[in-house]
Design a protein around this ligand. Structure first.
Ligand SMILES: CC[C@@H](C(=O)O)C(=O)SCCNC(=O)CCNC(=O)[C@H](O)C(C)(C)COP(=O)(O)OP(=O)(O)OC[C@H]1O[C@@H](n2cnc3c(N)ncnc32)[C@H](O)[C@@H]1OP(=O)(O)O
Ligand SMILES: [Co+2]
Length: 134
């Protein structure tokens, strides 16, 4: 069911400093910082030949990544994102398998303008999983 690895997300306390490490130290191509108020984060993508790294900084009150950063103040790998052809079919299959779909259970529009869903890390080997419709 899952297809390409779309991105690996890293939660960071300081997006500008994290972007500088990827751009200046590692020599990667980086995008502009983009606020995503519906998701409570500001995002920068690092464009690699075979996938992307998504840098996430908390935005506003109640950001879903704030508790993660409270536990890991220096930052760390927050989630992996896999592409699926049909996100509703994927959601329904995963729910039938017992996986918990976070939030309302309805897809939201993600950073690439496509529907996304999240699966509880306790059901996915301790890793938060995002699904994005390809
Ligand atoms: C920019 C848009 C989009 C895109 O297009 O790419 C994005 O990526 S948005 C990214 C941010 N949005 C989200 O993460 C939405 C989904 N996340 C959530 O709903 C919450 O973060 C969460 C997964 C429910 C966790 O909530 P939180 O309040 O931080 O923690 P809990 O206390 O409920 O945690 C329970 C349990 O799970 C462990 N945990 C939490 N987060 C992670 C994680 N990222 N990876 C692995 N494990 C995680 C946490 O440690 C707790 O464990 P125990 O202490 O053992 O119970
Ligand atoms: Co993501």
């Amino acid at each position: 069911m899952i297809g390409r690895l779309n991105h690996v997300a890293i939660a960071v306390p300081d997006l500008a400093a994290a972007t500088a490490i990827y751009r200046d130290t590692l020599g990667a191509t980086v995008t502009e910082a983009t606020p995503q108020p519906d998701h409570g984060v500001t995002v920068v993508f690092i464009e690699l030949p075979n996938t992307k790294i998504e840098l996430l900084e908390p935005l506003g009150e109640g950001s879903p990544i704030q508790a993660f950063l409270d536990r890991a103040p220096a930052g760390g790998i927050h989630h992996v994102c896999y592409e699926v052809e049909d996100i509703i079919a994927a959601r329904d299959r995963l729910k039938a398998e017992g996986a918990r779909v976070l939030g309302s259970g309805e897809p939201k529009i993600g950073a690439h303008g496509k529907p996304v869903l999240f699966l509880h890390p306790k059901d996915m080997l301790g890793t938060l999983v995002e699904l994005e419709q390809a």
